[in-house]
Design a protein around this ligand. Sequence first.
Ligand SMILES: Cc1cc2nc3c(=O)[nH]c(=O)nc-3n(C[C@H](O)[C@H](O)[C@H](O)COP(=O)(O)OP(=O)(O)OC[C@H]3O[C@@H](n4cnc5c(N)ncnc54)[C@H](O)[C@@H]3O)c2cc1C
Length: 236
Amino acid sequence: MKKYEKPYKFVNGIWQLVESMGVHLVEYTDVTGVSDGNGRLLIATSKGDFQADKVLYTTGYETPPVGKRVGANINRSYVIVTKPIAQSPIWHENALIWETKNPYLYLRTTVDNRIIVGGLDEEQAEVPHSDKLIIKRCDQLKKQAQALFPDLPIEIEFSYCATFGDSIDGLPFIGEHPTKKNHYYLLGYGGNGTVCSMLGSKILAELMTGKVHPDAHIVQPKRTSSLIKDGKTVIN
Ligand SMILES: Cc1cc2nc3c(=O)[nH]c(=O)nc-3n(C[C@H](O)[C@H](O)[C@H](O)COP(=O)(O)OP(=O)(O)OC[C@H]3O[C@@H](n4cnc5c(N)ncnc54)[C@H](O)[C@@H]3O)c2cc1C
């Protein structure tokens, strides 16, 4: 198996595990709305309606079907992945390189000796609809990487653009909606979003079964911030 096929295998492994635990998974389905009805939540989807006692929104940087997310800025970010580089290590200890000026630039290596270069963030909450801009920006990323390492043969094999979000206080949104009972969120932000997913699953497993988690108050969606006007909560 090629190295970059491992995330696919990982996701399939999770899929098989949760199915073996009795979870019913429905793929290729858009949730278009969630409403209250007769004490249960009615979930409208592109494949028909469902009912549930509780709903957990794990919609990433996309807009959740219920609740306004005012405490986060959603941008878009560009990435290139080079062809494998012959020399190893590619640079000193293949260290992660993060240039902190704004817009930032980061470079890191992969297990099959490629370079991932990312950056050139733009204040747009959706990716470009044409490949032309993506190719242009990714060419800029290549030039920036080449300027840092003029002797490396940097050739693009993959390039893409994705939305990327940061919450205004640097924390994820994990927990129940401030006023809508039984609507829960697990929205990780920033460059460590996958860590938030793990943390959030532990906190939510407690909250959704009526227990208390000692860290839940830190990331709860009902927190406020001096950066939000009118004392609104980060999700409202
Ligand atoms: C360029 C880039 C680099 C990153 N680098 C890192 C990194 O180095 N380390 C790190 O930890 N994190 C990184 N992140 C962040 C990380 O990818 C995210 O935090 C993580 O993927 C979030 O996982 P998630 O499951 O919460 O959401 P996602 O993986 O975004 O999944 C959300 C899913 O919900 C689906 N969805 C949305 N709305 C609906 C709807 N209405 N109905 C049905 N489905 C819906 C979407 O289609 C999607 O499949 C990076 C992100 C980007 C874009």
